[in-house]
Design a protein. Structure first.
Lengths: 90, 155, 155, 90
């Protein structure tokens, strides 16, 4: 089981693969309000000076260890969020 | 005997030991063990590869591997499935991924192993950076290469 | 490193050791090792199998295995091939045949291993008597079973 | 290399698989003349009371460790001959 870590009123986002290079390996966002996945991606894109650009369509977002399919899914402070580029195993 | 073995691992996996574990399933009618072992290539598109740096979102990756194993086990009526993916800095000749299935017959076995491998490549949250003689590239999906962008912080 | 390993053998084969030997071919661009291990089934057509008695015309069998290995190596551009077939009295859960190929990619690897296995089944002078709960049967070709005829001399 | 064993004026034939049950594991045929494959098969069929019957079409004959394709191929005293049913490896 994934254990969400609470950072006060922060939201912790871990990034993988090329996204880590663009945005950074981990981002803490100060917020006490829930966000949608769409809002979170927009925020991260702004933080990276628009660097997420072409990746916004390809990124998958996992919340508490499961991929969420909808851009309208809600993320709450304390949730464990991961931004995942297309897989490249093997 | 555990019928589904999966893991994101740092070390090599002992294929002989998995075969040893799956052999007794012959008694139940599983007569074909098919294994795929991926190996880092030293040459891609004619260019030298120094290293593949693998990382995984591990909490999710192991769940995804287990899900693939269980779904394919049902679909192909397998007796057992093992899927291991390595992470870390791997060099040409190092192993990367291991798929082992025990199937009723050879056709199901080959089909299942090939399909599991495809799914692992596309579904498991595993990422690789190819360090080549002409620079560093993120491998995206099944072969597209994107030059590593400049980083916002440290190397 | 020997690129073609074949044999008619009495003992089990250490698959892990073959993988160990083929891994370094990754440096030359062979990124896929595919392995097939055949296992004696304990149940065939719902009937219990006690034993499979394998024999081979060994002088020819090893030549045939080597020929298959070399032809398939050229056809599928493999880096190395191993083919071992066991003989003797084997029981359910015992291994029977081992095919290992090092290929450039997974598709060639799966295709080559499947094709080599088919050729071994049809071309190698290897014969098997199936000792089942309902009698003894010679397996002819790819699955036809013929009841063992009365013998002209001792068992 | 296969080393032919000479049995004086005998021809040694080894049989495999089901053919061994029908004819016997090894047959020595006294002859000082060459035989064709066809003649050898007819002789073995006679010796087994016609037991080779349906197998005559399916049998492969190896001489000195190589399968011969033609029924007219010549076998000489001293040759090492094997009678092979359809393969059943794997």
């Amino acid at each position: 089981m994934v254990k969400p870590e609470v950072y006060g009123l922060f939201l912790r986002v871990r990034l993988y693969g090329i996204l880590k290079d663009i945005v950074g390996p981990e981002v803490k966002i100060g917020t006490d309000k829930p966000l949608t996945v769409r809002e979170l991606l927009a925020l991260l894109n702004d933080m990276s000076g628009g660097g997420l650009g072409e990746w916004l369509d390809k990124v998958r977002v996992a919340v508490n260890g499961e991929v969420v399919e909808s851009d309208e899914a809600i993320i709450r402070p304390g949730d464990d969020v991961a931004l995942l580029p297309p897989s490249a195993g093997g | 005997m555990r019928r589904v073995l999966v893991g994101i691992v740092r070390e090599e996996v002992d294929v002989g030991r998995i075969v040893e574990g799956f052999k007794p399933l012959g008694k139940e009618g599983y007569g074909a063990i098919v294994i795929f072992v991926g190996v880092v290539k030293g040459v891609v598109d004619g260019l030298g590869v120094e290293e593949l740096r693998y990382e995984a979102y591990e909490e999710l990756a192991e769940k995804v591997l287990a899900r693939i194993a269980e779904e394919e086990m049902r679909k192909h009526e397998l007796g057992a499935v093992a899927i291991y993916h390595r992470v870390g800095d791997l060099r040409p000749g190092d192993t990367t991924v291991y798929i082992v299935v025990a199937a009723r017959g050879r056709r199901e076995g080959f089909a299942a192993a090939a399909e599991i491998l495809d799914r692992v490549k596309h579904e498991a949250p595993v990422y690789k950076l190819e360090v080549r003689e002409d620079g560093e590239f993120w491998v995206i999906g099944d072969g597209e290469r994107v030059p590593r962008p400049p980083r916002p912080r440290g190397p």
